[in-house]
Structure formats: C-alpha cells, structure tokens
Design a protein around this ligand. Structure first.
Ligand code: CDP
Ligand code: CDP
Length: 202
C-alpha cells in the first residue's frame, strides 16, 4: 500500500520543516525535490549544460552541503524553467513516490504534476517578509554574512520565475489544503498538517 503526501509552496515557506515533521511522526520516507534542481543548478555553475547535467544526475550527489547556498538556489530556479530538465527528473520522483508505505515529497509541482493523485496535498506559504527573514536567520546561524534586502529580492525573483514559467509553474492544486505559516511556529504548523493527514488515513 502506498500513501503519498505532496507539499508545495514558495521558498522558505516551511515545506521541508513540515515534511520532516510528518515523516518523523508517521514514519514516512521523505524526498526534498528541490535538491534535484539544486544539484542541476550546481552542475551548471560548475560548467555543465543543464539538460546533460539533469540526465546524468546521480541521487548520491544530493547529500551535499554545497547545495544550500543562495547562488545554487538561484541557478536551480533558472534551470527549472527548462522543460527537458524537468522531464529528466520526473522518473526519479515518481519512482520514489510509488514506494510501498508512506512517502512525503516537497517542491513546487508535486501535487499538480508529479503526484496528481496524492492522498494529501498541502500548499504551504508565508508572507515574503517572513520567508526572507527566515532565510536570513538560517544564513546567520551558519555563520554566513547576509543582507536582508538582497535576500528578499532573491526570494521574490525566484518566486516570480517559479510562478511564471510555462512548464509546471508553482501553483496550488485545486484540492490542496492551504497552510499559511507566517504566524505559526514549526510545531503549530506540524500539528495542522498531522491533523490533515489523519483525516485522510482513516
Ligand atoms: O522548505 P522551505 O524552503 O519551504 O522552508 P524550510 O527550510 O522548511 O524553512 C525555512 C526556515 O524557516 C527554517 O529555518 C525553519 O526553521 C523556519 N521555519 C519557521 O521559523 N517557522 C515555521 N513554521 C516553519 C519554518
Ligand atoms: O528551499 P527552497 O524552497 O528555497 O528551494 P528548493 O525547494 O530547494 O528549490 C530550489 C528551486 O528549485 C526552486 O526555486 C524552483 O525553481 C526549483 N524547484 C522546482 O522547480 N520544482 C520542484 N519540485 C522543486 C524545486
């Protein structure tokens, strides 16, 4: 038996935090699909061509701290507009989603394109100011000098690119449950999501 939870939303909305909380609570497997696009972005920054890098992607390359930088996030959102790059990453995501047991995937197009039949779809969002502040605090905590205004601009540019692209744009699925984490702690957001999953598991 398979049970898929699809989580989508803009940058730093709290998708990964929520996905990890659900995975821990229910014992589900978790895939952060943003890492696939980040790995392609990093490959392009290293001199590769987007489609070739995407087609040669090795899942072992995903466990890499170097993928967490703003530069890689920006490169990821640039390669993510290329239909052939997205197509090259579909099979890996769908294979993961089809595993036996519970799975959680988070990204931008999980509930709309990758897993349109997911048992649970969550669209996680928060105001741009809150999201930029969260990214700022993350960078500071990692000892990286950061500029709030530049981070907000980067987050807004990436949101616009994700929402406006022709292939698999960032949009809430019609049957997604909206969770706005602007005024929610990670724990409060997790409680809401757990409650949604529980109603679908009966
Ligand atoms: O995966 P996504 O980019 O959507 O966001 P995240 O990495 O889960 O969360 C970004 C940051 O916001 C992390 O540092 C979380 O600890 C923090 N966060 C928060 O302060 N409140 C929440 N309700 C969710 C996340
Ligand atoms: O952590 P954060 O939400 O900032 O970004 P991410 O989830 O790691 O995704 C990085 C970029 O990859 C996004 O801005 C999207 O352009 C792209 N992406 C996508 O197009 N589709 C997905 N399913 C996941 C990520």
């Amino acid at each position: 038996m398979n049970f898929t939870v699809a989580i989508d939303g803009p940058a730093a909305a709290g998708k990964g935090t929520l996905a990890r909380a659900l995975a821990a609570h229910f014992g589900f497997a978790y895939l952060d699909t943003g890492l696939l696009y980040r790995a392609v972005g990093a490959g392009v920054l290293a001199g590769g061509t987007p489609i070739a890098v995407a087609r040669a992607l090795d899942p072992a390359d995903l466990e890499n701290d170097a993928l967490r930088t703003q530069a890689v996030a920006d490169a990821a959102s640039q390669v993510a507009v290329i239909p052939e790059v997205r197509a090259a990453l579909v099979a890996f995501q769908r294979d993961f989603a089809r595993r036996d047991g519970g799975v959680v995937l988070d990204g931008r197009d999980i509930g709309t394109v990758i897993c349109p039949d997911a048992a649970v779809k969550l669209f996680v969002t928060a105001s741009p100011d809150v999201r930029a502040e969260r990214r700022y605090l993350e960078l500071v905590a990692r000892g990286i000098t950061a500029d709030r205004t530049a981070i907000l601009a980067e987050v807004l540019a990436r949101d616009a690119r994700d929402q406006d692209r022709a292939t698999a744009p960032l949009v809430a699925a019609a049957d997604a449950t909206l969770i706005d984490t602007s005024d929610l702690s990670a724990e409060a957001a997790a409680r809401q999501a757990i409650a949604v999953v529980e109603t679908r598991r009966l």
